[in-house]
Design a binder for this molecule. Structure first.
Ligand code: CUA
Length: 311
């Protein structure tokens, strides 16, 4: 939040700093006066009772109007800041070009990320081109979640059966970390998200890659065995891999799984972590909907080999 990378997060950061300065000055004045008065006017031995004063219209008007004025200023800053932080604010606002650029659906405990005009669905990592303002629609599949990527925007609730809108934009390339900001069950704390901001050309290449279906049949023997396991074990009843006949929408779409940087939103996508995850997802993310399938080490290795072909 203090290192803004978009006009939206800059608006929040500016609002925070302005409010902090105003509050800081008031605090310094009040605390300073309290300390000064406590020392200057403290009771001394043999001193007479101080003069008792009741009612002071001018002072009272002053200390009522002063804070009122200050709060008025903060109110204007806040109204401006909130509106700049999310220009597309408003429930069920229609996207300007007919289609949203991005649709993010919160699930227990992962993110479904769709690019409707490109017709693709991915998970957990939001790719954005630099300097483009994306109109995002946010909703939830089960309970209330909240998308929050502090460097590029405000928090926005994701409500089941309702659509909230959010402008997502980033000025600088990079990977920006975020998290679910609304308690959504046991693994709320392990519901992380990242925005990967790329130059336009790189983003276009990524988007094109995502449009391609997965290879129908892997060539390497272990990967081929992994694919058969994927289709014969219960994997296929939850996950889609476009181009292979697997099209369930319960869990994350795995078509380009190997191109993602994370697994289950919390671990680096590498062979060791993927092996650990398939072996016993419940030990890593207890309560997650991915069950422990009691796979043998050999089956896990084949599935890992297969999933790693899904570039
Ligand atoms: Cu999803 Cu908290």
């Amino acid at each position: 939040m203090l290192d803004p990378k978009s006009p939206q997060s800059l608006a929040i950061s500016n609002l925070f700093i302005a409010t902090l300065i105003i509050s800081g000055v008031i605090f310094a004045i009040v605390a300073g006066l309290v300390i000064y008065i406590a020392i200057r006017f403290r009771g001394r031995e043999g001193q007479a009772e101080p003069k008792q004063v009741f009612g002071q219209t001018r002072l009272e008007v002053g200390w009522t109007l002063g804070p009122l004025l200050l709060l008025g200023v903060i109110f204007v800053f806040t109204a401006q800041g909130t509106s700049n932080a999310n220009p597309s604010e408003g429930t069920n606002v229609a996207p300007p070009n007919g289609k949203a650029d991005l649709v993010v659906v919160g699930h227990q405990w992962w993110w479904e990320i769709g690019y409707p005009s490109a017709g693709i669905t991915t998970a957990n990592e939001i790719h954005l081109p630099t300097g483009k303002s994306f109109f995002a629609q946010l909703t939830a599949a089960d309970v209330i979640h909240d998308l929050w990527i502090p460097a590029i925007g405000p928090k926005m609730d994701m409500l089941p059966a309702k659509i909230n809108t959010l402008t997502l934009e980033a000025d600088q390339t990079g990977t920006y970390l975020g998290a679910c900001a609304e308690y959504c069950g046991a693994e709320h704390g392990k519901m992380l998200v990242r925005a990967i901001v790329q130059p336009q050309a790189e983003y276009d290449a990524w988007l094109n890659g995502q449009r391609q279906p997965a290879q129908a049949r892997p060539t390497a023997a272990d990967a081929l065995k992994g694919q058969q396991l994927f289709q014969s074990k219960t994997c296929i009843s939850c996950h889609a891999i476009n181009g292979t006949g697997a099209n369930a929408q319960v869990g994350p779409n795995l078509t380009h799984f190997a191109g993602r940087t994370t697994i289950a939103t919390i671990m680096n996508n590498d062979q060791a972590n993927l092996t650990a995850w398939l072996k016993d997802p419940q030990s890593i993310k207890p309560g997650a909907y991915m069950p422990n399938l009691q796979l043998s080490d050999g089956d896990v290795a084949s599935l890992v080999a297969y999933l790693q072909t899904l570039k």
